[in-house]
Design a protein around this ligand. Structure first.
Ligand SMILES: Cc1ncc(COP(=O)(O)O)c(C=O)c1O
Length: 495
């Protein structure tokens, strides 16, 4: 950044020509009030860019399912449409058309009962959370209409899920006043038990939500068994409790890797499905999809009809304005990769997850709590955490640049702590191998350190002396962090 004398507002400060000695960089930045005066654009860029360098590296953020790499051609398409507000459908009819095409393609991928050229019922959202709010609202309204028509009270709706649901379900329940009835987990069983779920269903249940790819360990819930049990219960009771599938991650995995697995609209009680375009849909953050089985499953009074395009454009979203880039990028990925491309990528992710899993097993130190069939991730916990625990491993791995979260499982498995590595498209074989090596190094370091409960040993495996102060500081960081994680409710949970 080179600032001219004039650009600096006529300052007599000679140092203004030197990037890092200019007065813009030397002064503390305003944090609470907007500054009175403008600064040059180069200075603004440099200051913000530099501060952002302290963020983690997204590519090494193994905590996230969300896409961190796309092809340059798609990046260009996204930048070219960054100034298009999606909601201006009369101005940008092609963008709207691309969204509709994405809805159709995804609905077909999920085996919606549609003719070849029939339009699907669905909507693009900011992510799975918004999609889940919309799906939940549709179930609530449909249930209320049914109860009113039967002359029954409709003020106590509930929804049945596993305790492993992502925070967005808790948000839905709280924001839209629906009781969340959670099936508890148990050690070794970290997904919703369909039998227990169906037992919890009553006349006020608006739907049972199953997860295709649990956030905690990537496992697919047994939607088929849930469907069969619920069909039976519906027949016995005369109710018609439906199913929603939260396929935030698994929706772009199962169709490619496990095409025989029945989890989608092939099952009659599955009325809606959400998927995150920005997870294994392979688009940067800001896109999700909600697809309904048919028009009957989306009460008409929730839909706003706009006819800017000369044709009816139904809209059902929580927000009005949003960017167009993600919609365009999703369309790019669908047509650029096609079924073949997605299958290749998911296959590769799965293989890399296996390399990582096998590497971790070879250490002999971990139990693997993820399944081979599921989202390509590896969730693992220490076989023996009496001396050191998963939080310390997570903390130590940060020194190598890796961000690997550690968290405790929900009730009744809260005594189990796991580490989780999400394998995304850009997590290569080299990364998988390298991560295993770094985890081994961390284990050696931890082995040489005193256990959390004993006094400090002052020798590192490499022979370096570790000062008591450093050790105390390290322990303090870990214990503060552990307390913070323990205190954290799902409202800030892993995502
Ligand atoms: C199973 C599940 N559902 C919903 C969500 C929320 O998704 P989004 O971030 O797209 O809102 C997540 C996020 O990780 C998830 O794993």
């Amino acid at each position: 950044m080179v600032l001219s004398h004039a650009a600096s507002g006529g300052s007599s400060d000679d140092s203004v020509h030197s990037t890092f000695a200019s007065r813009y960089v030397r002064a503390s930045l305003p944090r609470y009030r907007m500054p009175e005066n403008s600064i040059p654009k180069e200075a603004a860029y440099q200051i913000i860019n530099d501060e952002l360098m302290l963020d983690g590296n997204p590519r090494l953020n193994l905590a996230s399912f969300v896409t961190t790499w796309m092809e340059p051609e798609c990046n260009k398409l996204m930048m070219d449409s960054i100034n298009k507000n999606y909601v201006d459908m009369d101005e940008y009819p092609v963008t709207t058309e691309l969204q509709n095409r994405c809805v159709n393609m995804i609905a077909h991928l999920f085996n919606a009962p549609l003719g070849e050229t029939e339009t699907a019922v669905g909507v693009g959202t900011v992510g799975s959370s918004e999609a889940i709010m919309l799906a939940g609202l549709a179930f609530k309204r449909r249930w209320q209409n049914k109860m009113r028509a039967a002359g029954k009270p409709c003020d106590k709706p509930n929804i049945v899920t596993g305790a492993n649901v992502q925070v967005c379900w808790e948000k839905f329940a709280r924001y839209f006043e629906v009781e969340l009835k959670e099936v508890k987990l148990s050690e070794g069983y970290y997904v919703m038990d369909p039998e227990k779920a169906v037992e919890m269903v009553d006349e006020n249940t608006i739907c049972v939500a199953a997860i295709l790819g649990s956030t905690l360990n990537g496992e697919f819930e047994d939607v088929k068994m849930l469907n069969d049990l619920l069909v039976k219960k519906n027949e016995e009771t005369g109710w018609d409790t439906p199913i929603h599938v939260d396929a935030a991650s698994g929706g772009f995995i199962a169709p490619f890797l496990y095409p025989e697995l029945e989890w989608d609209f092939r099952l009659p009680l599955v009325k809606s499905i959400n998927v995150s375009g920005h997870k294994y849909g392979l688009v940067y953050a800001g896109i999700g999809w909600c697809i309904w089985r048919s028009k009957e499953d989306l009460p008409d009074e929730l839909i706003f009809h706009i006819n800017y395009l000369g044709a009816d454009q139904p809209t059902f979203t929580l927000n009005f304005s949003k960017g167009s880039s993600q919609v365009i990028a999703q369309y790019y990925q669908l047509i650029r990769l096609g079924f073949e491309g997605y299958r290749n990528i998911m296959d590769n992710c799965q293989e890399n997850a296996m390399v990582l899993k096998e590497g971790l097993e070879r250490t002999g130190r971990f139990n693997i709590v993820s399944k081979d069939q599921g989202v390509p991730l590896v969730a693992f916990s220490l076989k023996d955490s009496s001396r050191h625990d998963e939080f310390e491993i997570s903390e130590f791995l940060r020194r190598f640049g890796w961000i690997v979260p550690a968290y405790t499982m929900p009730p009744d498995a809260q005594h189990v702590t796991v580490l989780r590595v999400v394998v995304r498209e850009d997590f290569s074989r080299t990364f998988a191998e390298r991560l295993v090596i770094d985890i081994e190094k961390v284990l050696h370091e931890l082995d040489a350190l005193p256990s959390r409960s004993s006094g400090p040993s002052l020798q590192h495996p490499n022979g370096d002396t570790v000062s008591e102060k450093d050790l105390a500081r390290q322990r303090e960081v870990v214990s503060v962090w552990k307390r913070a994680v323990a205190a954290r409710k799902k409202t800030q949970g892993v995502c």
